[in-house]
Design a protein around this ligand. Structure first.
Ligand code: HEC
Ligand code: HEC
Length: 455
């Protein structure tokens, strides 16, 4: 049973129905578009969402903490195709090198993400300052990769899934294309989810490499690494300052790069560290003042993303090109649906993390890592093997119709080219799929593309 969005909440259908408690009991053609691009999930507080949306859309400058080096001035400046929160045209630059056959992120010179811009000249207390910029190319780097801005619609539903969901998906895959469940250490937990804690593992599901376990952590990470804005949060009564350190051009460890000028009120440290630390202190009764506080902006970004509805889909009429294309997509020979999955029993939201429970969705991804052979971007974590650097997360295909650039480096806008690029040679788990697609008649290829166009 592949493909449609059912919403099984009181808010939309008035009551739980038999159709919502069972699986596979609604024909594929019963799909109706519940949401437009950029809509919110049912039950979302409109005032809170509006505030969160404004924060996501805001463009920042140096006085707000932007920089000293950055990639863009606002989340919404990059994430905006189709609606705020969409994919974007921006392709970021990653770099690194191999040392003794393992990946070196070159963190000491600012890798593996290169910030493209600096705030340039600015004045602080009569000093003429300059941010500098990351060197391009960084000295010694031998591996370069682009990373396209991905869409955020529906990701709160993905965030709400328990780790076991991903283990289930992996267990259903044939060995030849089975993905790797990427368990990572949570650096900034979602305060609404009692199962998350700083330092505990959670399945990484966000980003091209599935390296990030939740939307809140991605928010703080993006605020720092894309915009140069530091934050601290108070998690379970503990100050969390994982994202409190400024990024300077090529990771200069002093402010020399900016002529001895402070790049922020307290160089190297978040302005509001003291305030956040105070949030974590105890009141006179010995109780913590605020035990579950993401920094305000991080909380807003997280709320905005978590409450974006999944992208709409077009109904498919029986016997149409898209209907034939769907059969091909699900066929054993093409095996597209082996990785680009929509298991209705797994993709059902939980209330963990603040989204409504029971929303069935079809992301057309397993959120697992696959060895894509030469299609892989060659970027990894410090010390990872070359094989690990070839791994990519199955790109979710929901909302494909509203996309233009495709693949991790945005190399093409042509769907067929993107599919053929799955041929990553002998190591590639997508190679057989690409070859099977290549062997289709041109009419069959058109059918498959017609199906993709309904997503
Ligand atoms: C310069 C452009 C740019 C800006 C600014 C930016 N992003 Fe992104 N965003 C990207 C790119 C590129 C990716 C893919 C990154 C990767 O996986 O390497 C991404 C991925 C994401 C993802 C993961 C989505 C997925 O597919 O799993 C989230 C969540 C996200 N961004 C949130 C934010 C938030 C919140 C902000 C603002 C604090 C922000 N982004 C600012 C470019 C940007
Ligand atoms: C082994 C798992 C696997 C199989 C099988 C597979 N894909 Fe993919 N697909 C991926 C991964 C991983 C990516 C991201 C690759 C990258 O950009 O590095 C991707 C990307 C895509 C994209 C680009 C999406 C985007 O956001 O850029 C399209 C379109 C696509 N696949 C369609 C298909 C079709 C159609 C088939 C069947 C012919 C198929 N895939 C089979 C794993 C798979």
């Amino acid at each position: 049973m592949i493909g449609y969005v059912r919403v099984c909440t009181m808010a939309l259908v008035g009551a739980w129905t038999a159709a919502c408690s069972g699986e596979g009991d609604i024909a594929d053609t019963d799909f109706t578009e519940q949401f437009a691009l950029g809509d919110t999930l049912p039950g979302t507080d409109p005032a809170h969402f509006a505030e969160a949306r404004d924060a996501f859309a805001a463009s920042e400058n140096a006085a707000d903490g932007l920089g000293p080096i950055f990639n863009e001035r606002g989340c919404g400046t990059c994430h905006q195709n189709g609606a705020l929160g969409g994919a974007g045209q921006q392709v970021e630059a990653r770099f690194g090198r191999l040392v003794n056959g393992t990946f070196d992120t070159m963190a000491s010179v600012g890798g593996s993400l290169r910030q493209l811009f600096g705030i340039g000249g600015f004045n602080v207390g009569g000093l003429n300052c300059n941010s500098g910029t990351d060197a391009n190319p960084p000295a010694g780097a031998t591996i370069f990769a682009g990373r396209l801005t991905t869409p955020l619609f529906g990701l709160g539903l993905v965030d709400s899934l328990p780790d076991s969901a991903f283990d289930t998906l992996a267990s259903r895959q044939p060995a030849a294309i089975r993905g790797i469940v990427n368990r990572v250490t949570t650096v900034l937990p979602n305060t609404l989810d009692p199962e998350q804690a700083t330092g505990r593992t959670r399945v990484g599901r966000f980003g091209w490499k599935a390296g990030v376990p939740n939307l809140g952590q991605f928010s703080a990470d993006a605020y720092l690494n894309e915009m140069g804005i530091t934050t601290t949060s108070c998690i379970n009564g503990q100050v969390n300052s994982a994202f409190a350190l400024e990024t300077r051009a090529n990771r200069a460890n002093t402010n020399a790069i900016i002529n001895g000028c402070p790049d922020d009120q307290v160089p190297g440290i978040d302005d509001s560290l003291a305030a956040e630390t105070a949030n974590c202190t105890q009141n006179e009764d010995g109780e913590p003042e605020a035990v579950h506080e993401l920094q305000d902006d991080v909380a807003f970004f997280t709320f905005f993303m978590a409450h974006l509805a999944p992208p709409p889909r077009t109904a498919i009429s029986p016997g149409s090109a898209a209907d034939r294309g769907r059969t091909l997509f699900n066929s054993a020979s093409l095996a597209c649906s082996g990785c680009h999955r929509s298991d209705a029993d797994v993709f059902r939201s939980r209330s963990n993390g603040g989204v409504p429970a029971g929303i069935v969705f079809a992301p057309f991804s397993d959120f697992l890592l696959h060895d894509m052979g030469t299609l892989g971007d060659g970027i990894g974590n410090q010390g990872e093997s070359v094989a690990a650097t070839r791994r990519m997360r199955t790109a979710p295909l929901w909302g494909l119709r509203s996309r233009n650039r495709l693949l991790h480096d945005g190399r093409t806008t042509d769907r067929a080219t993107a599919i053929l690029a799955h041929n990553g040679g002998a190591n590639g788990q997508g190679t057989a799929s690409a070859n099977a697609f290549n062997a289709l008649t041109s009419a069959q290829k058109q059918d498959l593309l017609a199906f993709l166009n309904t997503l």
